[in-house]
Design a binder for this molecule. Sequence first.
Ligand SMILES: Cc1cc2nc3c(=O)[nH]c(=O)nc-3n(C[C@H](O)[C@H](O)[C@H](O)COP(=O)(O)O)c2cc1C
Length: 188
Amino acid sequence: MDALQNILQRVSAPQLTGPDVTAEQLDTLIQAALRAPDHAWLRPSHYISVQGEGRVALGEVFYQATPDREQLSPEKQQKIRNMAMRAPLVLVAVTKIVDHPKVPREELLLSTGAGIQNILSAAWAMGLGAIWRTGDLAYNSGVKQELGLADDEEIVGFIYVGHVNCKLKQPPELSSADFLTSWDGKSE
Ligand SMILES: Cc1cc2nc3c(=O)[nH]c(=O)nc-3n(C[C@H](O)[C@H](O)[C@H](O)COP(=O)(O)O)c2cc1C
């Protein structure tokens, strides 16, 4: 697909199914992520791949990290446990926060965000669907701990990837003029 059309036409896919994302496709997704801008080439991002039975374990981690889980209805409890089953592949996008004289924390997180966008675009280009999700569980210390992350590592997103299993929404047409101003330095 034409590179520009790929960017302009991509939409998120909330419902995803098998077959599994192949090892080659996964490698391409990570290579795309690694082409994200990265100030001082600090390589702050890494990605944890969760597939197959690992998703069942991740669902259990989500459930155990949910506050007041025993008070929830059995249906709601099961829904949380099934969350990681929403796609054949879940990529946990992680930023390692490091001290650097020229690169503030925000830029490290933004770099991972750019990597995630590359993953979404690369998935779309390969005929796959994907969606970036967070929610409270992305910022939950119990989830971080179970995934083996250190205190200086942050989850930037759970990227669900698979084959599109729903009607995709048509994005609204937005006028560039509504989002673009020009500034020439001259006061009015
Ligand atoms: C940082 C971030 C977190 C998000 N978290 C969620 C989420 O938890 N659940 C969800 O349904 N969409 C979430 N979204 C929105 C979807 O990824 C997606 O952008 C949105 O559904 C719009 O679809 P589009 O990408 O086709 O425009 C998040 C987006 C961003 C940038």
